[in-house]
Design a protein around this ligand. Structure first.
Ligand SMILES: Cc1cc2nc3c(=O)[nH]c(=O)nc-3n(C[C@H](O)[C@H](O)[C@H](O)COP(=O)(O)OP(=O)(O)OC[C@H]3O[C@@H](n4cnc5c(N)ncnc54)[C@H](O)[C@@H]3O)c2cc1C
Ligand code: FES
Length: 504
């Protein structure tokens, strides 16, 4: 439908959406009462169809990984980085006409006492923070110091399409080096911050140079737990592009891989290695994969799914030793392994915060504004232990979207725009053609309610603490996942219950 030729207003339900075209691009019209918005129909993260998402307040949200776009400006909230296009709209004689595509306005320079910001960690949180500061019109100095040798990368893809061989390496950078130059963001890669003086806000790098800032963001993320049995030194872990490349170098067709740990990362690695026709055995102490975090229902489904794709499991056991091309399990069983990948959890990188004397407890402790115990020093992403509004608990999550959003929120607070972190935790995990979306935080859940059908790939699992739903995992119910996220953000437990009950 050509939206420039107009469409009858009554064809768009209040609160509804209608898709069409303008200027050769797919456009979605959104009606909110008498107001109509026209925005690009594709999410700028991985091209998710926004018309299958939801409208929440003045935003439209993507069904795939919950990116959120301002209907008035197109501005993106993580995981999307780029805005969606916005068109002007006219209403005449009961019809709606999409007219001119708007230019993205340059941010007006902002006034702040902060003249320089140092960001430690070139991951998604650090990158999102730097971009948000520039988007808000901050003209001061921004320096990102990253220990990896690469620009910030699309880390989730390291265990998914990139490892499976279906995504080229060009897709991995979040931004290229030219972007940082153009934005006047100093990006120092391959350098580690070793010392933090929290009083003077001075960082000492591993080349002994020192840098002093008006504000610092610690976005140091986490790093994989490494195994200790004899011979474990040659076991792959997966956190960086270099790690993923090293696994790919070993992953020739017909090779035998042992994956240690039936975590999300371990299982995603198993799926990607199967795409390369590697023989895969997953070894884990759990009786059912993912059961501790996700419950036995999803765990059993995921195990079945992997078995259908040829993955073998050795569960309820661990590795005793690594001997040449064999892994000896605690049961005594030897497994032949051309290479081994461990996905047995991560630890937050809190060393710098500890050296700086900041409060640390399973992560860097921050308040709702993501400020640490030291004024002017903030933390975001995997490393931040923050008060979660919905569960009422202090939590630390290892989720891509949460890390990006926290980076964005920390940036606003650094610039003096007091903004609490209110987003409900969200993550996704992809296995073959099945994606699990998870919203909330189920830690300590005491009841599980399963709705829909795993066989139909349309299922929802609600995790309860007492009567409260604290988290929901969905398969094939992306819209419901979004609606539940929204209800959680609003603190509307009844709405959460209603959405859960609506799935049959
Ligand atoms: C293989 C893989 C797949 C994943 N898949 C998903 C998924 O599907 N969905 C999902 O929600 N999440 C997923 N995650 C988790 C997600 O990637 C993390 O939650 C996210 O990357 C955290 O971002 P961050 O910026 O906090 O930290 P990181 O991405 O860990 O970045 C921190 C950076 O800081 C650097 N650093 C640390 N200390 C210093 C220092 N002292 N000086 C300088 N630099 C330092 C590190 O080298 C690193 O580059 C996945 C993670 C991995 C590893
Ligand atoms: S495709 Fe839209 S959030 Fe990922």
């Amino acid at each position: 439908m050509d939206l420039k030729s107009g469409v009858a207003l009554h064809e768009i339900a209040d609160g509804g959406m209608l898709t069409g075209e303008a200027d050769g691009e797919n456009v979605v019209l959104v009606r909110r009462g008498g107001e109509i918005f026209a925005v690009g129909a594709e999410c700028t993260h991985y091209h998710g169809p926004l018309a299958d998402g939801i409208v929440a307040g003045d935003t439209i949200r993507c069904p795939w990984h919950h990116a959120c776009f301002d209907l008035r400006t197109g501005a993106a909230t993580a995981p999307a980085l780029n805005p969606i296009p916005v068109w002007d709209v006219e209403q005449r004689d009961g019809r709606v006409f999409v007219t001119t595509k708007r230019e993205i306005p340059l941010a007006a320079p902002m006034q702040t006492n902060v003249k320089s910001v140092g960001i430690v960690g070139a991951g998604v949180a650090g990158n999102a923070a730097a971009e948000m500061m520039r988007r808000e019109g901050f003209a001061g100095g921004i320096t990102i110091i990253g220990a990896e040798e690469t620009v910030p990368i699309d880390r989730p893809n390291l265990s998914k399409e990139y490892l499976a061989g279906s995504a080229p390496e060009e897709w991995m950078p979040l931004r290229d080096a030219d972007f940082y130059r153009a934005q006047n963001i100093e990006l120092i890669t391959g350098r580690r911050a070793m010392l933090l003086d929290a009083t003077t806000k001075t960082l000492t790098l591993d080349d002994r140079s020192t840098r002093t800032f008006d504000a610092i963001l610690l976005a140091t993320g986490s790093e994989p737990v490494r195994l200790s049995p004899p011979g474990a030194g040659r076991v792959h872990v997966l956190r960086t592009l270099r790690d993923s490349r090293a696994i790919i170098a070993d992953a020739a067709k017909g090779k035998r891989a042992v994956v240690l740990g039936a975590s999300f990362i371990g299982l995603e690695v198993a799926a990607s290695l199967r795409a390369r026709e590697v023989e895969v055995t997953v070894v884990a102490p759990d009786a059912i994969p993912l059961a501790k975090t996700m419950g036995v229902e999803i765990g059993a489904f995921i195990r079945r799914l992997h078995e259908e794709h040829g993955v073998r499991f050795r569960l309820g056991t661990t590795v005793a030793t690594f001997e040449g091309d064999r892994v000896i399990l605690a049961t005594g069983e030897p497994l032949l392994a051309d290479f081994i990948v461990a996905g047995v959890g991560v630890r937050p990188n809190t060393q710098l915060a500890q050296i700086g004397g900041l409060a640390v407890d399973h992560g860097i402790i921050v308040d709702e504004f993501l400020q640490t115990s030291a004024p002017g020093i903030y933390a975001a992403g995997d490393v931040a232990h923050y008060p979660d509004r919905f569960s009422g608990k202090n939590v630390r999550v290892e989720h891509w979207v949460a890390a990006g959003r926290q980076g964005q929120t920390a940036a606003l607070n650094i610039l003096g725009r007091r903004t609490p972190h209110t987003a409900a935790p969200f993550f996704w995990s992809a296995h073959y053609d099945v994606t699990i979306n998870y919203t909330g935080n189920a830690a300590g859940y005491d009841g599980v309610e399963v709705r829909g059908s795993f066989d139909d790939r349309r299922a929802l699992v609600a995790y309860r603490s007492g009567a409260r739903v604290t988290a929901v995992a969905t398969i094939g119910l992306d819209r419901e996942s979004l609606l539940i996220e929204r209800a959680m953000e609003d603190g509307d437990q009844q709405a959460v219950d209603r959405i859960v009950a609506s799935i049959t």
